[in-house]
Design a protein around this ligand. Structure first.
Ligand code: AP5
Length: 186
């Protein structure tokens, strides 16, 4: 099964991805985590990505797409994969569909985590990651509205989108996600 999580910063994509991947025994691919690992390891990709991440901007599509293409080609993804934080723009969504099409695969479920902005800001300020300053959070939310939210229509038009209310306890949100997954993957 191939699942895509779409949601603004702080909506719980990473938290819920960990739980769902354990439940389904599929691989968790978080582009944010991959970039943070590259920054930590001081790779060329990490150096390139860091300035964008620090500003709360999206890393350029071509860098992200080639990183994800490499990861999707790895054997652990053969038995299923959850993409957390990718795609995040229409060109990324189109690139993903092309990659999957070449393998005779498709996105089975695009799950939107919907959470009020005030709750998101409170969650992120409490977490204290380097890109969780108030100015960067506001900018990341604006980037989400402008560049990522058009993906909701992209997946809605293809009949792949489901939305869950991400403003509950971690377990409540997990239960809603399981219900959506069960409908798609009975
Ligand atoms: P990324 O790491 O993906 O960050 P993000 O989308 O901003 O998401 P977050 O990690 O902030 O939040 P989340 O939704 O995963 O929530 P979480 O579970 O952590 O990306 C970082 C940067 O990398 C981007 O800004 C961009 O520059 C770059 N990048 C990544 N992918 C890219 C792409 N495809 N293209 C271009 N650039 C890309 O939860 C947040 C907090 O809330 C935690 O403290 C958690 O404990 C808490 N929490 C979670 N759920 C609940 C709940 N139900 N109740 C209470 N608290 C909760």
């Amino acid at each position: 099964m191939l699942v895509v999580f779409i949601g603004p910063p702080g909506s719980g994509k990473g938290t819920q991805a960990n739980q769902l991947c354990q439940h389904l025994s599929i691989t968790h691919l978080s582009t944010g985590d991959m970039f943070r690992a590259a920054i930590q390891d001081e790779t060329e990709l990490g150096v390139q990505a860091q300035e964008y991440i620090n500003r709360g901007e999206l890393v350029p599509d071509q860098l992200v797409v080639s990183m994800v293409a490499d990861a999707l080609g790895n054997p652990p993804c053969n038995s299923g994969c959850l993409l957390d934080g990718f795609p995040r723009s229409l060109p990324q969504a189109e690139a993903l569909d092309q990659m999957l099409d070449a393998e005779g695969k498709k996105v089975d479920l695009a799950l939107e985590l919907n959470v009020d902005e005030k709750v998101l800001i409170d969650r992120l300020l409490a977490r204290k990651r380097p890109d969780d300053t108030i100015d960067t959070i506001h900018h990341r939310l604006q980037v989400y509205r402008e560049q990522t939210s058009p993906l909701l229509n992209y997946y809605r038009e293809r009949g792949q989108l489901r939305t869950v209310n991400g403003d509950g306890t971690v377990d409540e949100v997990h239960q809603q996600i399981l219900a959506e997954v069960a409908e798609k993957n009975p």
